[in-house]
Design a binder for this molecule. Structure first.
Ligand code: GAP
Length: 460
């Protein structure tokens, strides 16, 4: 297996329609990316697998889909107006904007960077002579606090009274609906509320393709629990989160847990553990699991005046539940599945690129390929088979180019099965050749059994 690099992933993504640079015909917009035809299928499959595992398969978790624009008081209550910021510095020489803590982390490691004040960050950079990644000079402005929330105005007047933020996390859309969900579902604690949706952060240093962008999707759960049960539930959700990735084919040895140091914790967290993946550029956070305590519900009660608590009918106790939050980056997960699936091998003396996606994630599950395109008898049989399979599987019909080329194309988008219709199919045995993407082994399967054959091998 040859080494996967970010360059290879970016290039394959463009070539095969997974991810395109955003606004490309206008020269692009830095660090924006658009999912193409296969990318959107892959992303939808990741969402579907996540929603099934964490919402549909669990009696204790329900979903919501809240607005991106929320009352600005939400962000005062959540602490984001006050604390959701990074230390920004400008290079006086080349005008590059950098994150002071990341510069220190890059040279001296995470421990040297976490929990430092703006003044300390400026001093460390001077003392250690840490240089600008662009021009190599050490000549920065003092570090200042830069709030990451995007601001905009609602309505026709650009007054401060109409100021709204694009949400920087989906979590708050869940907390503000706690009471509504409780009243309508009559869930008993412990229970969770899940949401998948866009979040926006004006990141100072986005980069590494879709790893860090300013607009991204999150898949989050706020899991409400009784005080005293956190340790056990935290462990259970940690295991489930890990299992989400391994269940979709990521190997244990490519991931690790990393617990946050006390000084590194977000303003709302008592304890955070990340799952990290070994990306081509090093280990990076894939998702985070935080113990948010009663912070959010207490803050929203204070700011909204609405009591956000839980009445336990068995013990007649009324209390504010604590919260365990598994928070997954959807785009980061998609990137991880792209990287992890990438492989190169040699078939019959020819190099091939093959995306070894888990069948549940593969954008196309089966490709129907008539051996020749100019024989009606074969193409009409192939179309008939396509019409049967498409009812159950994301199926593609392709009659252009040599069969070898068509196999290569399907390998590059990770299609687990290619189905070839030939003269024997129509003249002899009503069977097709099914080629397995990973082994390239071929098997004759009767058309009448084809759907069942594929269903057994593909997790829909
Ligand atoms: N509600 C908690 C929360 O938002 P976070 O660690 O800031 O926690 C959760 O974000 C996940 O969202 C991260 O683990 C990551 O996968 C994803 N994420 C965060 N910032 C991102 C960005 N700028 N680009 C892409 N994904 C991002």
């Amino acid at each position: 297996m040859s080494k996967v690099t970010m360059e290879k992933i970016v290039s394959l993504s463009k070539r095969r329609g997974f991810v395109f640079p955003g606004s490309e015909i206008y020269g692009g917009l830095a660090n924006t990316w658009d999912y193409g035809p296969y990318g959107v299928e892959l992303k939808n499959n990741v969402k579907k697998s996540w929603w099934k595992r964490f919402v549909q398969d669990r009696p204790d978790i329900v979903g919501v889909d809240a607005s991106i624009l929320m009352n600005p008081r939400v962000w005062e209550a959540s602490g984001h107006v006050e604390s959701f910021s990074d230390p920004l510095m400008d290079c006086k020489n080349c005008k590059e904007r950098v994150r002071g803590d990341k510069l220190i982390e890059g040279k001296l490691g995470v421990d040297a960077a976490v929990g430092k004040t703006l003044k300390e960050i400026s001093e460390i950079i001077k003392d250690e002579k840490i240089t600008c990644p662009k021009c190599g000079k050490c000549n920065f402005t003092e570090a200042r606090s830069f709030n990451l929330m995007f601001k905009t105005h609602q309505g026709v007047v650009e007054e401060s009274s109409a100021l709204v933020y694009l949400r920087p996390e989906t979590a708050q859309g869940i907390f503000v609906n706690f009471k509504n969900v409780l009243a309508t579902t009559r869930k008993k604690i412990p229970f969770g509320i899940a949401q998948i949706g866009k979040a926006f952060r004006n990141e100072i240093t986005p980069g590494n393709f879709t790893f860090r962008t300013r607009e991204f999707d999150q898949m989050e759960i706020e899991y409400f629990i009784k005080t005293g049960t956190a340790v056990e539930i935290f462990e259970e959700l940690k295991k489930e989160s890990w299992g989400f990735y391994t269940g979709l084919g990521i190997k244990d040895e490519k991931m690790r847990f990393r617990e946050h140091d006390q000084k590194e914790l977000s303003h709302y967290s008592r304890m955070t553990v990340d799952i990290e993946y070994e990306f081509p550029f090093g280990w990076g956070e894939l998702m985070g699991l935080a113990h948010r305590g009663t912070y959010d519900l207490t803050q929203h009660t204070k700011f909204s005046g609405e009591e956000l608590n839980y009445f336990d009918p068995e013990t007649n106790e009324k209390y504010v539940p604590e919260v365990i939050e598994p928070s997954f980056g959807l785009d980061r997960s998609v990137l991880t599945f792209l990287i992890d699936a990438y492989d190169e091998d040699e078939i019959g003396g020819e190099n091939r690129v093959v995306m070894r996606f888990h069948p549940a994630l593969a954008p196309v599950k089966a490709a129907v390929l008539p051996l020749v395109k100019n024989k009606e008898i074969i193409t009409s049989k192939a179309k008939e088979i396509f019409n049967i399979l498409k009812k159950d599987f994301a199926t593609e019909y392709d009659e252009t180019g040599s069969i070898g080329k068509r196999y290569r194309r399907q390998d590059e988008i990770g299609t687990p099965f290619c189905i070839t219709i030939d003269f024997d199919t129509v003249e002899k045995d009503n069977a097709v050749t099914v080629r397995n993407r990973d082994t390239t082994n071929q098997e004759r399967v009767n058309v009448d059994h084809l759907s069942a054959y594929l269903a057994e091998k593909i997790v829909k």
